[in-house]
Design a protein. Structure first.
Length: 269
């Protein structure tokens, strides 16, 4: 895996005259991981750069997050871009909106599971269940290190009947356990769907997808564009399907500045 900024000359050549479809995760990518979701505020400099990229005719922009659609829109607040929330289960763009791909039964399962998890985890300091409507997140970043194995075991115990009946998917992220309906849909499939719309609406057939994310759920997106786009992991892992990496959100900002400068110059040429 190569460092993206060290390969910028090669990236410029790969972009060339193509339209860039830039999709980014939020937490850990555009903003540092925070102790609680509410504390992960969108840096003003990133907002200004993304607003400029969204206004550039060479760039189409999407935010792809595990947060709910309402939540990620409220955090970012950029008009005229596409928001994909709940790991792809809901989305809204300039010309479309869909609330959910999950059937009513899946929503009921998530509601029942939320109550069971809250009951099982009640009293464990630093642990809370985030209800995102279609999905759940069990956060334990603030829990004492000695409590973490017990938290993980309790969550697995509560989820086991649902997993056995293939009602849900359970994923482990960065100090969080993610619970989603058992649908054949993820960030990767959502990204491909978004790209299909972009190509239809674009006058240019030459499109280069760039996806930037930091967590295990972003691996589906990296895999989905292998051979036809650029996957960038925020962090470093030998197990990632991304081709490039950046060391943290600060370097994501540096990349966004380089990209804005490049597409602006090309637009003026």
């Amino acid at each position: 895996m190569k460092h993206l900024l060290q390969q910028w000359s090669a990236i410029e050549k790969e972009i060339g005259t193509k339209r860039v479809v830039l999709a980014l995760d939020y937490d850990g990518t555009l903003t540092p991981i925070a102790p609680t979701p509410d504390m992960a505020l969108f840096p003003p400099n990133n907002k200004a750069i993304l607003e400029a990229l969204a206004a550039n005719q060479r760039c189409t922009l999407a935010i792809v997050s595990g947060r709910s659609l309402v939540d990620v829109k409220a955090k970012v607040q950029i008009n005229g871009i596409t928001y994909i929330g709940n790991h792809g289960l809901e989305a809204q763009g300039p010309q479309f909106y869909f609330e959910s791909l999950a059937p009513p039964q899946d929503k009921e399962n998530v509601e029942h599971l939320k109550k069971e998890l809250k009951s099982a985890l009640d009293g464990i300091e630093g642990v809370f269940v985030e209800d995102k409507g279609l999905t759940l997140s069990v956060h334990y970043r603030l829990a004492h290190m000695d409590e973490v194995p017990m938290v993980q075991k309790l969550v697995l115990k509560v989820c086991h009947p649902y997993l056995a009946e293939k009602m849900i998917h359970l994923w482990e992220g960065k100090k969080v356990l993610e619970i989603r309906p058992s649908l054949d849909w993820d960030k990767g499939k959502a990204l491909l769907w978004f790209l299909s719309r972009t190509r239809v609406k674009s006058d240019a057939e030459d499109v280069l997808p760039i996806y930037i994310g930091d967590d295990v759920t972003d691996e589906d997106a990296f895999r989905s564009i292998q051979g036809k786009g650029i996957g960038v992991l925020v962090g470093l892992s030998d197990l990632s399907d991304a081709q490039y990496y950046l060391n943290g959100p600060d370097e994501v900002t540096d990349f966004l500045k380089h990209l804005l400068e490049f597409v602006t110059q090309k637009s003026m040429a």
